[in-house]
Design a protein around this ligand. Structure first.
Ligand SMILES: NC(=O)c1ccc[n+]([C@@H]2O[C@H](COP(=O)([O-])OP(=O)(O)OC[C@H]3O[C@@H](n4cnc5c(N)ncnc54)[C@H](OP(=O)(O)O)[C@@H]3O)[C@@H](O)[C@H]2O)c1
Length: 340
């Protein structure tokens, strides 16, 4: 097949001020450069949209370095090798890599793109961007290495219907815990209990008052909380800490509510009173756990012991709107874009 000539890309062209908007992105056409020795050309099929991208859009201090303006939005992809000048890959291989927000990407040289062949017959290719990939490994790390919950303990998971939260709660269930989700809206809460098998789910949108939210959580976790898998922060984290047991553990994974409103801790004294451990973590800093975590997750997925849900937008041009929607909770499960 003749290599394609033209590429569509989404560039970051301005920074959020203060909220991110569609104007921060531009759809750009470009010519695909020739594939050089050692390189491969990948036709990206799925693009992963992740909350950390919001941090990269700004140039303020965070764990994610700022994305330079007028460059292709960074992001992980799965796609098909359509042209190879690298002995490690052949045309037709399905690969996972950092292809970015674009229809075609060139990779294969160095570690920058982290290109690796995946087994798309064992699991659907898109799942390597979610439950069997980065978001699954994040859930696995927080449960296995931080909270390490024991059978009979209670674990609370926020953003429970989402990509990380849904897997984290199911992993805690597999360990014999009582698992309580926190999610936005009755439909998401129903899914978390009926489909993912959590024991209960609190709809935080039904409890805009922070004290009421803490009471609702208490009703669902009557024996107190031993593990907090935190994806949201703010009032949700305060409600969980208010119900924490002595020696409880907090896996501080994400603070997505801080995108809209930074809420301070209301009772930090409880961290001491309850001798709690709080560990923030960023999963790319733990490459040592990835092989074990990915193997474990893949085997649970293949044996249908883990369930996942995807929200799929279609077409690269819809990626910015899908991304902004995910930051507001319009996604229902892992947010992806199908590019081809
Ligand atoms: N530490 C790491 O290495 C790492 C890696 C991956 C992800 N993360 C973090 O994990 C969290 C979940 O990421 P994900 O990829 O699985 O996304 P996700 O949960 O699939 O989607 C984001 C969800 O966040 C919830 N949300 C948004 N704004 C909120 C608010 N103001 N209050 C409460 N909930 C809000 C929404 O769910 P509702 O509709 O239920 O509100 C939305 O669906 C994020 O905080 C992310 O930054 C961390």
């Amino acid at each position: 097949m003749n290599p394609p000539q033209n590429n569509q890309q989404v560039h970051l062209v301005s920074r959020p001020d203060p909220e991110p908007s569609l104007n921060n992105f531009a759809l750009v056409s470009s010519v695909i450069p020739p594939v050089m020795p050692g390189q491969v050309l990948v036709r990206n099929k799925f693009l992963s949209l992740d909350p950390y991208m919001r941090l990269r859009m700004s140039d303020s201090k965070s764990y994610a370095s700022p994305q330079p303006l007028h460059t292709v939005m960074h992001g992980s992809t799965v796609g098909l090798v359509v042209c190879s000048r690298n002995d490690r890959f052949k045309e037709g291989d399905v690969v996972l890599g950092w292809g970015g927000w674009q229809e075609y990407s060139i990779g294969g040289t160095g570690d920058q793109d982290g290109l690796q062949i995946i087994d798309a017959e064992r699991l659907p290719a898109s799942v390597y961007l979610s439950a069997a990939g980065m978001t699954g490994v994040t859930a696995w790390y927080g449960i296995t290495k931080v909270i390490d919950p024991q059978a009979g303990e209670t674990v609370v998971v926020s953003a429970a219907s989402g990509a990380v939260g849904g897997i984290a709660g199911q992993l805690a269930k597999l360990r014999g815990c009582r698992v309580v989700g926190v999610a936005g809206g009755a439909q998401k809460c129903r899914f978390v209990v009926e489909q993912l098998g959590f024991d209960a789910c609190v709809d935080y949108k039904a409890h805009p008052d922070a004290n009421e939210l803490a009471q609702a959580l208490r009703a669902s976790a009557p024996e107190g909380i031993d593990g907090i898998f935190e994806n949201v922060g703010g009032d949700v984290l305060n409600a969980a800490i208010a119900n924490a047991n002595p020696h409880s553990r907090v896996a501080l994974c994400g603070m997505i509510s801080a995108n809209t409103r930074d809420v301070p801790l209301t009772a930090p004294r409880l961290l001491l009173t309850n001798r709690m451990s709080v560990k923030g973590f960023v999963i790319p800093e733990h490459p040592d756990v990835w092989p074990e975590a990915m193997n474990h997750l893949a085997s649970l997925l293949v044996s249908h012991k883990l369930k996942y849900r995807e929200s799929i937008a279609h077409g690269l041009g819809n990626a910015p709107a899908a991304f902004l929607g995910m930051l507001k909770g319009e996604n229902f499960g892992k947010q992806l874009v199908q590019l081809h």
